[in-house]
Design a protein around this ligand. Structure first.
Ligand code: MEV
Length: 307
């Protein structure tokens, strides 16, 4: 039996602007994972336990709509192998449509598990290409940051179409990730920014440029262990995203709640409009901030150490 997994991710700085060529910073959340187990079966099937469905895979079909089926098809095409008699059972702890990279994580785990069950485990570079293909089919115009941080499972300073840069985090810090409970599709948020951009480039381009320059400052702060500098940068990044109308009222309120409860900084993370927000906390403030967010209606919150 083969098992493989992949982590969730959070974007620390630069979401959306990264689609337009600006840099962004993302880190894996290794405690929250999608796992795929491979057992023998008759034909190729994917059992998505969380989604309550079993999917027979026809890799010869011209159009493969389902993201998991498409992942399997691309793996087999890459390895030049026919569909095997295997059942791939997916179990994911990562909530969907909440900015945590669930789609890229399940595709990565599936491609890893299938290729290693076939005796030809794919390297990260090939995996990244496959998962990016799947992301493109399902998310419109993704920058590639989600698949990259998830496949390599390391902090990244990411610029579209540039070689991958590992980011060195000089001093670990803790984030709370809090779920607004409102799911929001990244594809829709990215499409809306595109419309805004096309309609009013003069307004949106300076916001994207300002986000890019802030991400460079954040990189220096992270590399120098200057945690105190991160909070104001998170707030500034959030304000820019708000200006690009990416913030639901719920998300904005949660950021305010976290700050009042003692967070050093907070912002939306990922596509926005709902999903998760992140807050930078210290050992002294973490419980206070968590409680305040839950009292304010966050449906779920967890801590992650970034290192
Ligand atoms: C989604 O996690 C990040 C976005 O910037 C989209 C992308 O980069 O593909 C919103």
């Amino acid at each position: 039996m083969h098992t493989a997994s992949a982590p969730a991710k959070v974007i620390l700085f630069g979401e959306h602007a990264v689609v337009y060529g600006q840099p962004a910073i993302a880190v894996p959340v290794s405690s929250l994972r999608a796992t795929v187990q491979v057992t023998s079966g008759k034909g190729l099937h994917i059992v998505a336990a969380n989604l309550g469905r079993t999917l027979p895979i026809n890799i010869n079909a011209d159009v493969v709509d389902d993201a998991l089926a498409l992942t399997a098809k691309l793996v087999l095409q890459t390895l030049k192998l026919p569909a095997p008699d295997l059942t791939l059972t997916l179990d994911s702890q990562i909530p969907m449509a909440s900015g945590l990279g669930s789609g890229a994580a399940v595709s990565t785990a599936l491609a890893r598990a299938l290729s290693s069950a076939l005796g030809q485990p794919l390297d990260n570079e090939t995996l990244n290409t496959i998962v990016y293909e799947v992301e493109k089919k399902h998310h419109g115009t993704p920058s590639g940051i989600d698949n990259t941080v998830i496949v390599y499972e390391q902090p990244v300073y990411f610029v579209r179409q540039q070689p991958i840069e590992r980011l060195n985090i000089a001093k670990p810090f803790t984030l709370i990730v809090a779920d607004t409970g409102k799911s929001a599709l990244t594809r829709v948020a990215v499409g809306d920014v595109r419309k805004l951009y096309e309609a009013n480039k003069d307004h949106i381009q300076p916001i994207l440029d300002a986000i890019g320059s802030l991400v460079k400052d954040a990189r220096l702060a992270l590399e120098h262990g200057d945690i105190a500098a991160l909070g104001p940068l998170m707030l500034q990044n959030h304000a820019y995203l708000q200006e690009a109308s990416l913030c639901s009222t719920g998300l904005g309120a949660r950021v305010g709640t976290a700050m009042k409860a003692g967070a050093l900084g907070a912002k939306l993370s990922g596509g926005g409009r709902g999903g998760n927000m992140i807050a930078l906390v210290t050992p002294e403030t973490r419980n206070n901030v968590e409680q305040a967010l839950l009292n304010a209606g966050a449906v779920h919150a967890f801590f992650t150490m970034v290192s």
